[in-house]
Design a protein around this ligand. Sequence first.
Ligand SMILES: [Zn+2]
Ligand SMILES: [Zn+2]
Length: 327
Amino acid sequence: MKAMVLNRIGTPLEWTELPDRQPSSGEIRIKVLACGVCRTDLHVVDGELPDPKSPIIPGHEIVGRIDALGPGVSGLELGERVGIPWLGHTCGVCSYCHEQRENLCDAPLFTGYTRDGGFATAVIADARFAFPLGETGSDVSLAPLLCAGLIGWRSLKIAGDGNRLGIYGFGAAGHIVAQVAKWQGRDVFAFTRPGDTGTQRFARSLGVTWAGGSDEMPPEPLDAAIIYATVGELVPQALMAVRKGARVVCAGIHMSDIPGFPYRLLWEERQLVSVANLTRQDGLDSLGLVPKIGITVKTTVYALEQANKALEDLRAGRFDGAAVLVP
Ligand SMILES: [Zn+2]
Ligand SMILES: [Zn+2]
């Protein structure tokens, strides 16, 4: 197999030939067809997340076909198309696993961070964390749903049922969640980097009610807001934009420091919460909705060898929607 490998934090990924691996008990091997590029991959490459596996193959929005089954795997077939998400393994015995909160497991493995991921021609995965994808939809357009879509779904659920939903950061997750929220009958307010009229236009093309800079106030107070951008300054900004009793959800795995802010922004039962990882149920729920909603995923395709360029383009905000690598 071949892979783009991170050998050392802060250095570019290296195109590497590796021996083919056989799946162990409970594992499957997947021939990768497409792998999305997520903001979290940048955090891994930049060393912003603690204790990554090293060397590591990043990538956790994997679409592929099973080409080997390890002993004891049931319910999956050779040749079946599956998706592999960020949550790659849980212990099954900690208190969180017992409480159906496996997203908070004490001893998890995360794809592309603490176990090898999909910036490769093949990947070994825990069979219990593979989602059957069926044959509807292209490999490339499904890939971003495996993280941006799943985390997006979980953050939308946690944001509650309010009608006026603010989305801060209109990238891969933002543009998918906006479509889900609209399908649910909500009004979406999209906040981009100040002056980023291109992304604001993109948001309007997806039917949002309002689009503007993150330094602007929405025309009316929001019932909830989700922050996908990794900028701590957006937290007080979003608290200012929501009404009494509303919830602000931080959906990123990493964020710059949140500046101090006056207590009155949190007063009146406003809530500030974070969303971590996903449960398998989130995956089943959100992937089940995709065919009903007919989500349009805007993608920019790169060859697997161009993973470094895809990461740099993501960092610089050079494309709308999501980048996807194809081997
Ligand atoms: Zn656990
Ligand atoms: Zn991700």
